[in-house]
Design a protein around this ligand. Structure first.
Ligand code: GLC
Length: 431
């Protein structure tokens, strides 16, 4: 049944959204997948762990711990570029050549459907993982149809980083909850001599997955949707236009600096840490790194602002998936349990402020003491809006990036960009 459905995916010219969304599949729930040979989580020996470049520096020390305890089943870290689209390309290339070079993949939460439908990753034995202790929306990102195809390792929610020292000095007592407040706060802060030459705000606006995230957040934070939960595209709306216009106008009035159009996560982090930005949208990993920079003790985080009140984040994060073409799958499953365990993810939180999948860690006293924003982050993850969960995610995100970028760079009006995006999304959904 699986190979038939995969062939259908590969050959169908047009695929309906309904067929691509989570639905019944009829696979056995012990998770013993038929892929790569029935129940074949066999073989012990060396494996690889493949992820985007580790900007936190905490991955190798964790692998060293495993390697010390498992000298015959060592894990080698293969680091891919920081850019999510480039990671996806390399993982797909590895799968298409059926290479066994990659064993455990750190899969962006938005790629599960695509990788599972193409049988590039194995269905996992669901009962072996403590999914009931993890945040529900995070677990959902690891599922395709009725099966578990990845194990949550870290979640991600967008947050508004801001300079506490400057806001305080300007007499602003709390962070903004709306875009208008944020702009007004910037106007006040910029009167301070310390803020000379600073820009108000930036997120990630280069043409890559980060733009999909920032564009979706702007649309959602203005009360619009890109696609409904059913998968139906509905982005050609007045609300979505208000969201996109916030970004377009912010480039025009220099709320966002010109170079913001080239920013990925790391560029924005560097700009914020070197005092170029008053407000910055980024993921939790920045919190701990900024603490080792020049702005140590001078920043805090708040929920993302929106048009008429708080905004909403896109749901981000990474799950561990097992390449169908890998060797030593018994070792891989053990490693995945270790790497996604509560103890490991608590350590990643402590050392590099990565958002854990486990609910209990968000109310752990010591951790909340270290990261006071944890309860807010948990709420933001629970309320976060998933990006479309479709098999042809590559086409969907490419359309979002293309149209949002055209509007931000002024080559299309935002109304035209949204109209064209709606058409493109409808086309790839077969509507
Ligand atoms: C972060 C998120 C991921 C998102 C990416 C975009 O890594 O965890 O979900 O796709 O940023 O750049």
């Amino acid at each position: 049944m699986k190979s038939t459905s995969t062939r259908a995916f590969q050959h169908a010219a047009v695929i309906t959204v309904g067929a691509l969304l989570l639905g019944a599949c009829g696979a056995s729930d012990d998770g013993a997948s038929g892929q790569a040979g029935p129940g074949s989580f066999e073989g012990r020996g060396p494996i690889t762990y493949v992820a985007g470049k580790d900007t936190t520096g905490s991955v190798q020390p964790m692998l060293d711990r495993w390697n010390k305890l498992h000298p015959k089943e060592k894990v080698t870290f293969i680091q891919l570029p920081t850019d999510a689209d480039a990671q996806r390309q390399q993982m797909i290339q590895n799968a298409e050549t059926k290479s066994d070079a990659y064993t455990v993949l750190s899969l962006d939460v938005v790629w599960t459907s695509e990788f599972a439908a193409h049988q590039w990753i194995d269905k996992l034995p669901e009962k072996q993982y403590p999914l009931d202790r993890m945040l529900r929306p995070v677990v959902e990102t690891a599922k395709y149809r009725d099966g578990l195809y990845a194990v949550p390792a870290s979640s991600d929610g967008g947050m508004l980083y801001y300079r506490t020292d400057l806001l305080k000095k300007a007499g602003i007592s709390k962070p903004p909850t709306t875009w208008a407040e944020m702009k007004a706060d910037c106007a006040t802060v910029k009167k301070l001599p310390e803020a000379e030459g600073m820009s108000c705000y930036a997120g990630q606006f280069q043409k890559y997955e980060g733009l999909t995230v920032n564009f979706s957040e702007a649309v959602n934070s203005a009360g619009g949707v890109v696609t409904h939960a059913s998968g139906k595209p509905d982005v050609d709306s007045p609300e979505a236009k208000k969201g996109l216009d916030f970004l377009v106008d912010s480039f025009e009035d220099s709320t966002i600096p010109k170079e913001g159009i080239t920013y990925q996560e790391e560029d924005g982090r560097q700009a914020f840490q070197s005092g170029k930005l008053i407000f910055h949208r980024n993921w939790p990993y920045v919190y701990s790194l900024a603490g080792k920079s020049d702005i140590k003790g001078k920043y805090a985080v708040a929920p993302l602002p929106g048009l008429n009140g708080l905004g909403s984040s896109s749901l981000g994060g990474h799950n561990l998936a097992l390449s169908s073409f890998a060797k030593n799958k018994a070792t891989a499953l053990d490693f995945m349990k270790f790497f996604s365990s509560e103890a490991t993810t608590a350590e990643f939180l402590k050392v590099s402020s990565l958002a854990p999948p486990y609910a209990s860690l968000y109310k752990d006293k010591a951790l909340v003491g270290q990261y006071p924003y944890l309860p807010v982050l948990k709420e933001s993850i629970l309320r976060a809006v998933p990006r479309p969960r479709v098999v042809q995610y590559g086409d969907v995100t490419a359309a979002m990036q293309r149209e949002a970028y055209a509007a931000l760079t002024g080559s299309k009006s935002s109304a035209q960009a949204l109209k064209d995006l709606q058409e493109a999304l409808q086309k790839s959904a077969g509507q």
